[in-house]
Design a protein around this ligand. Structure first.
Ligand code: PMP
Length: 352
């Protein structure tokens, strides 16, 4: 059995759109894509009259190197949000199939499933906030096509051990695709599940330049999976997902100098995360700071709503996560610069 047998048969049979840029490459007089022959008269506009490469080779190869994979196993997407959507649409038949998630977790898995009219099976994190692999496996049904595991998890910050991911992949082989969302992996110092793709054809890993690479505004995500999964998703991804200025920004961020700066920023963030975790734990009204492997801290308060309002009144916007199961008293605070973090502490230290 191939992992593609899990995908929607109608998607496997679809004739993909064939864009002008894909059909003919090379040449110097480009009259095949109904573009303007003139660059726009805007700052940085040189060349923007042309459609971008659908999957720019230079960026794909650079990302393959960064993530320890190969070009044919990579799909570059408009943020990992787009990869989640593509996976759900390619694998879940509307009104029939389902995904499985472990809430509290990133909201887009369920949103994409609902947009596709797919079911959402929930297997909550256990009382200590850890993923429960036995419960998750027991929750999977014959119609479950995708199991989403977020590690480090948003919004709790907990990590799922690679051994647990390997066990899930093994037990789900031939039944579902295991999607491991590693948006925050760089802050955890742990190995990527991409290393398991050689052994398991049913793993897809999501990475992004939005967090540790400071490029949320450029929308550059990567899906890493077996080549046949990547080829399937390429059939349904819109023709030109990556704007050329975003590709240029990504390549600059991933240059030798860019990587040096990135390492420095991640190092600084980890120091600030440790400082904030210690300092927050001693603030009045703080019940618990959840251990985090990401670039944020989930913090339980005696009065989460009041704390949210006080921070907001001081100009500090944090994320209210009280709607998530098990987090009814919690706020999620992204780690900012040293000064920004000091402002959080100053507001909390001033008391109610
Ligand atoms: N996965 C997780 C766990 C996230 O927290 C986010 C963003 N908040 C995303 C994916 C989407 O990231 P992007 O689309 O910017 O790559």
């Amino acid at each position: 059995m191939s992992v593609l047998d899990l995908a929607r048969p109608d998607i496997r049979a679809i004739t993909p759109y064939s864009s002008a840029r894909m059909e003919a490459q090379g040449g110097t007089v480009l009259l095949n894509a109904n573009e303007s022959a003139r660059s726009p008269n805007v700052p940085g506009g040189e060349g923007l009259n042309r459609y971008p490469d659908p999957q720019p080779r230079g960026l794909v190869e650079t990302l393959a190197d960064l993530y320890g994979s190969t070009s044919e196993r990579l799909l570059v997407t408009r943020g990992s949000d787009e990869a989640i959507d593509l996976l759900v649409r390619a694998f879940c038949q509307a009104g029939q199939d389902s995904i499985a998630i472990s809430p509290p977790t990133f909201g887009m898995y369920a949103v994409c499933a609902r947009v596709q009219a797919a079911g959402v099976i929930e297997s909550p994190l256990d009382a200590s906030g850890k993923l429960d692999p036995d419960a998750l496996l027991a929750a999977v049904t014959d119609t479950t096509k995708l199991v989403f595991v977020c590690s480090p998890n948003n919004p709790t910050g907990n990590l799922v051990e690679l051994a647990t991911i390997e066990r899930l992949a093994r037990e789900l082989q031939g039944r579902t695709l295991l999607v491991v969302d590693e948006a925050y992996l760089e802050f955890s110092g742990t190995r990527s599940a991409a290393s398991l793709i050689d052994d398991f054809d049913n793993i897809a890993v999501l990475r992004t330049l939005s967090k540790a690479w400071s490029l949320a505004g450029a929308r550059v995500g990567t899906l890493i999976a077996r080549a046949e999964v990547v080829a399937l998703l390429r059939r349904i991804i819109p023709p030109y997902p990556l704007p050329s200025p975003c590709v240029d920004a990504a390549l600059a961020a991933l240059s030798y100098e860019g990587r040096r700066v990135q390492r420095h920023h991640v190092h600084e963030l980890l120091n600030e995360r440790a400082r904030m975790a210690r300092a927050l734990a001693t603030q009045p009204g703080v019940r618990e700071v959840l251990p985090s492997h990401a670039n944020f801290l989930a913090v339980r308060f005696d009065d989460a709503a009041g704390t949210y309002r006080r921070l907001l009144a001081a100009g500090v916007v944090v994320r209210d996560i009280t709607r998530y199961p098990g987090l009814g008293d919690a706020l999620r605070i992204t780690i900012g610069t040293g000064n920004e973090n000091d402002r959080v502490l100053a507001v909390l230290g001033a008391g109610a």
